[in-house]
Ligand binder design. Structure first.
Ligand code: PCA
Length: 212
């Protein structure tokens, strides 16, 4: 089995992205499952092209995209991706997409195939705050989650995919001088993401908790 895990590069005023940093820290293998790590650009469409190429090359069983969510206080697996780009700011290519569907012939929304309830439970078991999120926003993170689901819909039906948002790092909060914002250390991010990956591996082929 193979899991492709991606992390976005820094965007906006931030110089680091915890998503990319945590991806770099992951082991190359968990329980005999190969973990393929990929940096992707915080750019509409381009990020999807990069992931599409990696899926073609690697043929992963799972795709897990990870991104930063400033203001969140825990590790939040996303339940759903919607067919809409509506950005408050430009992406790393200087593009701002407003009220635009991502794919004309895609579904309005796609649910993740990941066992997000079991993932949340496992992350909490490590003493880390974790809740399911019901919106990945309308910026590049929702975009990539939607695009991977669209690829699954049209081209790679056997892939299971999903997205996890993680909080800012303490140093990002300090740099912004927005001291009221919550943060999580990279060490804790890594513990949480590894717990989530273990659940994905253990529950492969089984239903999610509470789905019975
Ligand atoms: N977070 C942004 C895009 C890249 C990232 O890490 C988002 O939540 O859309």
């Amino acid at each position: 089995m193979k899991i492709l895990v991606t992390g976005f590069d820094p965007f906006g005023t931030d110089r680091v992205n915890p998503a990319l940093e945590v991806v770099k820290r992951l082991p190359n293998e968990i329980k005999g499952v190969q973990i393929i790590k990929l940096e992707i650009p915080t750019k509409f469409n381009v990020c999807a092209q990069v992931v599409h190429r990696a899926i073609q090359q690697e043929g992963p069983d799972y795709v897990l995209n990870i991104g930063q969510a400033g203001g969140r206080n825990g590790i939040t697996p996303e339940r759903i991706a919607i067919n809409l780009d509506d950005a408050k700011t430009v992406d790393n290519a200087g593009v701002r997409r407003i009220n635009q569907p991502i794919q004309q012939d895609g579904q309005p929304a796609y649910f993740t195939q990941l066992p997000i309830k079991a993932m949340v439970a496992a992350i909490r078991n490590r003493g880390i705050i974790s809740t399911i999120s019901n919106s990945a926003g309308t910026y590049v993170c929702n975009h990539i989650m939607y695009q991977v689901q669209y690829m699954r819909d049209k081209e790679f039906p056997n892939i299971k995919a999903g997205f996890i948002h993680i909080p800012l790092l303490p140093e990002q909060v300090t740099q912004r001088h927005q001291y009221q914002l919550p943060s999580l250390s990279l060490e804790t991010d890594a513990v949480g993401i590894i717990a989530a990956l273990n659940v994905m591996i253990d529950r492969d082929g089984k239903k999610d908790l509470f789905d019975y």
